[in-house]
Design a protein around this ligand. Structure first.
Ligand code: SF4
Length: 363
């Protein structure tokens, strides 16, 4: 059983939690095509209310996102919100096992700074936040992918954290409303943010499952820059699940525990997290768990090492097992005995505290 004893987590000094703030970009770009879309105009109005510097581009190509170094490019891109139309390729939906039948995208990119970010190596080019103005077409397109024999699940957060930019876009509210009337579809998304109030009173018909991504405090404070504190996320989850008569959203909810890491005292750290969750969810809920251990690929390690050169994230191939996929790609996961011990621990601890909840998968 490996623990990351050599990692800086061993005697880390955690920073105190800061309250979550709404993210504001340093600049907002609109392409002409995006501004032609009615939904693009709605975003323009929302953004204008915040008095943000808005530029209307001369053509539909995004330029000016690169600095002199990779680090400068990262800083420049991560403070830029670009409103664009999704390209034709966004209308060919791909499966996303084990999370959902298909994935689709409201946006690409995220303003947070998680040092293990799943987007590293998945998205090409500078990591600007691109929001899709042709969202109504993207939503309608999901109807072509409904399976004939069962309710089809659609995951909307593979390439973005949709709540992180919701105050500027309104895309998530639009999407929840759309799915509320689709009897053959089910929406899923996940966030590390907590500004859920404006979305509590939307009619969702229980066709959207909000999931909140959680981790042990020691990991989150160290690696999840720019996100809401874990306690605030748990509070948000409570509000989402509470019945309407108690001021909540009455949504089906989920917890995505990710990325799980065997840091020193990991059992104790994760027990504290599950205890806090149990205290806050002290009423009947429709709750699922998804359990995802940390992994990286050669490509994601390369990108993350450029974005976060001083990271304390352990990405030592010699401590890992290789998992290959059918397309010839490989990823580095924890060693089998570590995986086995962690899986046993999480199933036991979750089942003890949340006997009614379903654990959807461990990976
Ligand atoms: S919240 Fe998700 S998408 Fe955003 S930086 Fe963190 S891992 Fe990446």
């Amino acid at each position: 059983m490996q623990t990351l004893n050599n990692s800086p987590f061993a005697d880390t000094i955690v920073t105190p939690e800061k309250p979550a703030k709404l993210w504001m970009p340093k600049r907002v770009l609109f392409t002409p095509d995006a501004l032609d879309e009615p939904f693009g105009q709605e975003i323009y109005e929302r953004v204008s209310k915040y008095n943000l510097p808005v530029e209307i581009l001369k053509n539909n190509r995004l330029t000016g996102l690169r600095g002199e170094t990779e680090r400068e490019t990262y800083k420049l891109a991560k403070s830029t919100l670009a409103i664009v139309n999704a390209p034709p390729s966004a209308f060919k939906l791909r499966p996303i096992p084990p999370s959902a039948d298909f994935q689709f995208h409201l946006a690409e990119g995220c303003p947070a700074h998680c040092q293990y970010c799943y987007l590293a190596g998945s998205l090409q080019g500078p990591p600007a936040i691109r929001v899709f103005a042709n969202l109504p077409l993207i939503l309608k397109n999901t109807l072509h992918y409904q399976l004939p024999d069962r309710i089809t699940s659609f995951e909307a957060s593979c390439y973005t954290d949709p709540l992180s930019i919701e105050h500027l876009t309104g895309s998530l509210a639009e999407t929840i409303r759309f799915f509320s009337s689709q009897t053959g579809s089910h929406l899923r998304f996940v966030t590390k943010f907590d500004a859920v109030e404006p979305l509590l009173h939307i009619d969702h018909n229980s066709r959207s499952r909000w999931r909140i991504s959680l981790n042990a405090n020691i990991i989150s404070r160290r690696l999840e820059g720019g996100t809401a504190p874990v306690s605030a996320r748990i509070e948000a989850l409570r509000k989402l699940a509470l019945p309407r008569e108690l001021g909540g959203g009455n949504y089906p909810i989920g917890v995505v525990l990710a990325p799980i890491m065997p840091v020193p005292n990991w059992q104790e750290e994760y027990r504290l997290l599950l205890d806090e969750l149990m205290q806050k969810l002290d009423f009947p809920t429709n709750l699922t768990f998804e359990l995802i251990t940390h992994r990286f690929t050669p490509g994601s390690k390369e990108v993350l090492s450029e974005w976060y050169p001083n990271t304390s994230l352990e990405m030592d191939e010699s401590n890992r097992a290789i998992k290959r996929n059918k397309f010839g790609g490989s990823k580095y996961v924890y060693l089998p005995e570590t995986m086995k011990a962690m899986k046993k621990f999480f199933y036991r601890e979750i089942n003890e505290r949340f006997p009614e909840a379903e654990i959807l998968y461990w990976t």
